[in-house]
Write a protein that binds this ligand. Structure first.
Ligand code: GLU
Length: 454
């Protein structure tokens, strides 16, 4: 098959690259295609571009363009009212060339097999960029957790786990939290898996509660990793902390943590948002007060109801196009698209979410001279501390928080330096540089192992 690589991002070029992607049966309909360009097609464009730039052979490309294994399950759940509802779940393993497959499980009404497939591949590149010994995977259940009771979520989680057990395991595929899942979800997965094995297997998931063998620092690790990358970038570009303004889309596990850490480090966070909208204060928000409000003892409260001195209410769209130094999209994919990329005024974008920028938007941002630190580098802190958790579980020996954070900073800083140098050396943007580094590492593992049975 002839490989065509898109050099620009017109719809036609994207479609051309999409044409060469393998056709895989069982594709679920729909998906979140905010700009007409799905995460899957953006990811295909990026892979094709990196493969070309890295000089990877077509044979290896053929392997990397497909997931190794996909499992689709129908999950019957007895609901609170006694009737049965059947949910669809996925687990996709993209590549195990560098080690066990690793990646989160999300619960979302828009989840599809195609999206899960793209997210699994992102995990392969993410683990390779930060050079941890994992391949990539992703899982999802198509459901709206907001409409389910805790008991229903527990039953759904346990049944989904039971149905994907044939491909899970601490040496094969290790899930973690993602959108709408958390430590409690991981505890149920770990317990269900352990019941089937007949003994406790803490290392089958990461992001567990600390009492069950979770790592200190894992909960805020993705946000901490994003903050480390923001600080590396700003110091590389010669900015002073006191001069910088920052806007964060999302105030959840990632956005909330990154806003708090950067605020503690003396940066001015002027805007944050959640699903209900955003808040803005040009003098800088009181992030501690915002956190206390949102994460109240009575439960999570929405930013639309937050009131503070000098605080204006804005929409998520306004936040994305705000005149700030650093924009951190830390919510969900497909936020910066061909529709709004032209209006983005930030000097730098650091991607806290997976796939927040479509590849069409990426080209527009590049032409505008906006520096984008890609998701596979910027938000890798979560999986890095997941790796630490797994290592601690394997050794049954636990680290203190200082050791976790110090090692996280070391790995993130090294990866940032490597990506930065690759971008300088090849004269390419940071996303292409990160992909070149990742794809080369994965390709090298495949080549050195050989293609079984050869
Ligand atoms: N869900 C997170 C991610 O997308 C963490 C994955 C993990 O720790 O395995 O990076």
């Amino acid at each position: 098959m002839h490989r065509t690589v898109a050099t620009g991002d017109s719809a036609a070029e994207v479609a051309m690259v999409d044409d060469i992607k393998p056709s895989i049966e069982g594709r679920a309909p729909g998906g979140r295609e905010t700009s007409g360009e799905s995460l899957h097609s953006s990811a295909s464009v990026q892979l094709a571009r990196a493969v070309e730039a890295a000089g990877i052979s077509n044979d290896i490309y053929e392997i990397l363009a497909r997931p190794e294994r996909e499992l689709v399950v129908s999950i019957p759940v007895v609901m609170e009212d006694g009737h049965v509802k059947v949910f669809t779940g996925y687990r996709v393993q993209h590549c195990s060339a560098r080690g066990p497959c690793k990646g989160g499980i999300r619960y979302h009404p828009d989840a599809t097999l195609e999206e899960t497939r793209a997210l699994a591949a992102l995990m392969t590149w993410k683990c390779a960029v930060v050079n941890i010994p994992y391949g990539g995977a992703k899982g999802a259940v198509r459901c709206d957790p907001g409409t389910l009771s805790q008991e229903e979520i527990k039953r759904l989680t346990r049944r989904y786990t039971a149905m994907i057990i044939p491909i899970l395991g601490p040496k094969t595929d290790i899930p973690a939290p993602d959108i709408n899942t958390n430590g409690q979800t991981m505890a149920w997965i770990m317990d269900t898996y352990s019941m089937f094995m007949g003994y406790t297997v803490p290392d089958v998931v990461t992001g567990k509660p600390v009492d069950l063998g979770g790592s200190l620092g894992r909960r805020e690790a993705t946000g901490r990793g994003v903050a480390i990358i923001v600080m590396q970038l700003l110091s590389r570009l010669g900015y002073l902390a006191s001069e910088v303004t920052i806007a964060v889309q999302g105030f959840g596990k990632v956005g909330g943590a990154v806003a708090s850490i950067l605020d503690n480090e003396g940066y001015k966070v002027v805007a944050v948002s959640d699903v209900s909208g955003g808040i803005y204060n040009p003098q800088g928000l009181d992030i501690k007060d915002v956190s206390r409000y949102v994460y109240s003892p009575e439960g999570i409260r929405l930013l639309k109801d937050y009131e503070g001195k000098g605080v204006e209410h804005i929409t998520n769209e306004e936040l994305l196009t705000m005149d700030v130094d650093v924009l951190i999209p830390a919510a969900i994919e497909g936020q910066i698209t061909s529709k709004n990329a032209d209006s983005v005024k930030a000097r730098m974008i650091v991607e806290g979410a997976n796939g927040p920028t479509t590849s069409e938007a990426d080209s527009i941002l590049r032409d505008k001279g906006i520096v984008v630190v890609p998701d596979i580098l910027a938000n890798a802190g979560g999986v890095v501390v997941s790796y630490f958790e797994w290592v601690q579980n394997l050794q049954s020996y636990f680290w203190d928080l200082g050791e976790v954070n110090q090692n996280l900073a070391r790995i993130m800083t090294k990866a940032f330096d490597e990506v930065w140098h690759m971008s300088q050396e090849r004269n390419v943007d940071l996303r292409t540089a990160a992909y070149i580094l990742a794809v080369k590492r994965v390709a090298s593992a495949i080549e050195q192992r050989g293609i079984f049975p050869y």
